[in-house]
Every structure is written in structure tokens, then in C-alpha cells.
Design a protein around this ligand. Structure first.
Ligand SMILES: *Cc1c(COP(=O)(O)O)cnc(C)c1O
Length: 472
């Protein structure tokens, strides 16, 4: 705040004078006149405020001003969102963008982005086509479904199914499955917004088949089962299996819809991963429709897939809401490329980044850790101690909630008393390509499970300078 007693006169050049400097011309070539002008105004305003506040009473030299202008311009040109290293140990991390895509999907997206394509055009007849045609057959082949459609994400899939099949009617759901998944997606709220009346069945820990039978009335439009993907009820608990529920649904002439959340297209157990219900098995157990995410275990782009009975899919496609929730051409291109990889399940774990990360061998990670430690130890000499530790990674995004995967981390422990993992964590987040780890017992842990680019992380580690060292 400017002091009222003293009057400070600040001598600063005019905007036009700064714009006329030789060094400014170079900046105009690089960033454009409009951006540079804006940055010059910003830098002058900042210099004036700093001088008035007597924070920086040095005269603002042209070079000082232009340094500030350049910093403004670089900050504004920084793309957002930014690339980061996910060393949190959570493989499918919603806040860090979930599944990394395989190269074939990235190429397909770039190709689709570049120019015109037969998105809704039938090349044989020359007539209008449907955007679902690019994916439907692939999904049906992989799941045994009769038909399928794709929308923005799985939350949209659930909303659309409810609104299409049960508007102003009742939907029976077990009390034990009224889940909230992050980001304010709660089954009861979605149900209300979809225009459906939720009928709660059973109790929190136990729901039986006859509870469903009792809950079904003339006003019931569907039975819904939600895969409780982000928590488990342990102890005295019971839920009704999909195939038993399907028998009841068929008896009552009601559709059974199962929200699988993550839902895998292949059995993960042979890859050494815990069991997760597959979409194919769930449909085979008698569910009429299954909904699941494109960017969880499937390893593709953000999308929600609805697969199952053709008659119901046709009804969903007639809902005007479908148009509001549909996917764009980039998603279709990427998802198509990912689904095609599933045609060769034997090579899936090496070609699909999510599965490659999930199945990574701790031995390989130990070797990687041994190559990284010397560099980081040297950078942090006297400041922090770097060691290799065993840790547990998580699948994330609600998939396989309790199962943990043995992994290897670099543990970075500050030597000074008081300096905790939090400061170190900020230093790593401040690197040119931010490195995101997790804090455990005062140390920063960098879980190496999702690290693909060894050279790139090494070059980041060279930026961890003592200048950044945590306060002693
Ligand atoms: C993740 C999840 C959703 C939401 O899926 P998004 O693709 O994130 O929209 C819905 N239901 C369940 C059970 C989930 O696990």
C-alpha cells in the first residue's frame, strides 16, 4: 500500500517507448504485437506498484522491465493443461488425466483432427451415416453385446440410460450400492436429475433377492445394479449376484442395467492382476445393459460405453439427450484404435499403457531406481537422503479398490529437522515438467510404476538445484 505521508514519484517510461526498443521488436516477432503490448502494460503497472509500495525502489531500467515482460509472455504462452510425471503410485489417476493413450490412438486422433473424415458419412452409398458405426461392431465383438453406443463419459452413460428407460418411473437399487464417486457423482442425485424415482432396496450391508422382489411394483421401470468400485463392505454383508437378479428381472419383464464403472474387456487374472468383472461375463449373466468408462481399465480416451440389448440401445439413441451427450471425432478415433488393440489380447499388456503400468515387474523397477538414485543423490547432497524402498501402488479411479500392487519408489527424506516432505514435494512440483509424488512418513515417495521416460526424468532431476532446497 502506498504510504500517505511520503509522496513517492515514480519515473517510468511510456508504453510506446518500451515498444520501440530493439529488444522489444524481437519479442513482437516471437509473440505478436498484441500480446507484447499487454505484457508491457502489465510490467509497467507492476513496476509502478512495487515502487509505490517501496518493495522495489530501484529505478526500473529498460532491461529490468523487459525481463519482466519476457516472463509475462512466457507464462502466458505456457500451455494448459501441462504434462506432468505421475509418480503418485495411482495408475488411473482422475486428477492427472487417467489413462495415457497408446501411440496408435494418438496417431488416430491427430489424423482425425487434421482434416475432413467420414464421421457420419457412408462411403459406399454416399449417404449420411452414423458416428456410432465406427465403434459399435468393435464393442459388440469384444463383449458379445447385440448393440452399443458411446457417450461423453460413464456418468453420462448412466444418466442417459436412466432418462431413456425410466423417466417418471421407479428404479430399484440396493442401499449398499448408492455410491458417490468423486466429483459429486452420486447415484441418488443422478437418478433425480434423470427424472427417475429411486426405490432403495435392502439395507446398507445386506440386500437379498426377495428385497428386490418386494420393491418391484407396477411403477418400476428398471432394476439397476452398481458395481461398488471404490469401496468394499466387509463383515456381515450380502448382495445379490447379477445372474440371480437377471432371473427376477426377466420374470418381471424389467430391464436389468449394471453400471460396472471401470469394467474390463478382458480377464485380468492371467496377467497377475486381481479379478474384475468383464463386460462380456456381465452381459452373459443376463444383464440387459452394461455401462462402463473408456478411460479406466479399458485404457482409452474419456468416454462412456453402453452395451447390450439392441432394442434398448435403439430407444436410447432416440432420446434427444443422446445428441447432447455424444462423443466427438477425436474420441471416436482414439477409442476405435484402442479397441482394435484388444483383438490381440496376447500383446495387450505391452501395447496398452494402462495394462503395461499395472503389470510392471518390481524387479525392472528396482533396476530403474538404481540408475536414478546416483543422479538425484548428487543433486540433493547434504539436503536430503535418497533411497530405494518397497511400496504399494493402487489401480485408482475406483477400480479394484482394495487390491494393491507391490512396487518400488525413490524415497527422498530431508536431512534437516523441520524440513518435511511437503517442501520437497513443492520443489518437485515446480520442475519444468512437474514431478508429482506422494508423502509418506515425512519423506517424498516417487513410485516408479508409471515412469516411461527415463531420460526425461533424469533431465528433470538435473533441475533440482540446491537453490530449491527446503528451508533448514
Ligand atoms: C467411475 C465410475 C462412474 C463414472 O464414470 P466416468 O467415466 O468417470 O464418468 C460411474 N459409476 C461407477 C461405478 C464408476 O466407478
Amino acid at each position: 500500500m502506498p504510504s500517505k505521508k511520503k509522496s513517492v514519484t515514480v519515473k517510468l517510461p511510456s508504453v510506446d517507448r518500451v515498444l520501440g526498443l530493439t529488444r522489444t521488436e524481437e519479442l513482437i516477432t516471437a509473440f505478436g504485437r498484441t500480446a507484447v503490448k499487454k505484457a508491457v502494460r502489465g510490467a509497467l503497472a507492476y513496476a509502478r506498484a512495487a515502487a509505490l509500495a517501496e518493495i522495489d525502489t530501484k529505478t526500473a531500467s529498460d532491461d529490468n522491465l523487459l525481463d519482466a515482460v519476457e516472463r509475462f509472455l512466457h507464462a502466458a504462452a505456457q500451455t494448459s493443461p501441462r504434462r506432468v510425471f505421475n509418480l503418485t503410485g495411482i495408475v488411473i489417476h482422475t486428477n492427472l488425466g487417467r489413462s495415457p493413450l497408446p501411440e496408435v490412438a494418438i496417431e488416430a486422433m491427430a489424423e482425425a483432427a487434421r482434416g475432413a473424415l467420414d464421421l457420419e458419412y457412408d462411403l459406399t452409398s454416399g449417404r449420411r451415416g452414423s458416428r456410432d458405426d465406427h465403434l459399435q461392431q468393435l464393442i459388440c465383438d469384444l463383449t458379445g453385446a447385440e448393440a452399443a453406443t458411446v457417450v461423453n463419459n460413464n456418468a453420462a452413460a448412466v444418466l442417459l440410460v436412466l432418462n431413456s428407460l425410466a423417466l417418471r418411473k421407479e428404479v430399484a437399487v440396493s442401499r449398499g450400492e448408492l455410491i458417490e464417486i468423486g466429483g459429486s457423482f452420486r447415484i441418488p442425485d443422478i437418478m433425480a436429475r434423470a427424472g427417475c424415482k429411486l426405490v432403495e432396496v435392502g439395507t446398507t450391508n445386506r440386500t437379498h433377492l426377495n428385497d428386490y422382489a418386494d420393491a418391484v411394483s407396477a411403477r418400476t421401470a428398471m432394476i439397476m445394479k452398481v458395481h461398488t468400485s471404490n469401496y468394499v463392505v466387509e463383515g456381515f454383508s450380502a448382495s445379490v449376484a447379477a445372474n440371480d437378479l437377471a432371473v427376477l428381472a426377466h420374470e418381471k419383464g424389467l430391464p436389468l442395467v449394471i453400471d460396472l464403472g471401470s469394467g474390463s474387456l478382458v480377464d485380468l487374472q492371467p496377467m497377475g492382476l486381481p479379478h474384475e468383472p468383464t463386460v462380456r461375463d456381465t452381459l452373459a449373466s443376463g444383464a440387459h445393459l452394461v455401462t462402463f468408462s473408456g478411460d479406466k481399465l479399458l485404457g482409452g480416451p474419456q468416454a462412456g460405453i453402453i452395451a447390450g440389448c439392441a432394442e434398448l440401445i435403439a430407444k436410447i439413441n432416440r432420446n434427444p439427450m443422446k445428441r447432447a451427450l455424444r462423443v466427438d471425432k477425436l474420441t471416436i478415433a482414439a477409442l476405435g484404435a484402442v479397441l482394435r488393440l484388444y483383438a490381440d489380447p496376447d500383446r495387450l499388456a505391452e501395447r496398452l499403457p494402462v495394462l503395461r503400468h499395472l503389470t510392471r515387474n518390481p524387479k525392472e523397477l528396482t533396476a530403474l531406481a538404481r540408475r536414478l538414485v546416483p543422479v538425484l543423490s548428487k543433486q540433493l547432497e547434504g539436503v536430503a537422503e535418497v533411497t530405494i524402498v518397497d511400496c504399494m501402488s493402487q489401480v485408482g479411479s475406483g477400480s479394484l479398490p482394495v487390491e494393491r500392487l507391490p512396487s518400488i519408489a525413490l524415497s527422498i527424506k530431508p536431512r534437516a529437522r523441520g524440513g518435511g516432505g511437503a517442501e520437497l514435494s513443492a520443489v518437485f512440483r515446480g520442475l519444468p515438467v512437474p514431478v508429482i509424488g506422494r508423502i509418506s512418513k515425512g519423506a517424498l515417495l516417487l513410485d516408479l510404476r508409471c515412469l516411461d521416460d527415463e531420460n526425461e526424468i533424469l533431465s528433470q532431476f538435473y533441475h533440482v538445484s540446491l537453490r530449491n532446497k527446503p528451508a533448514k
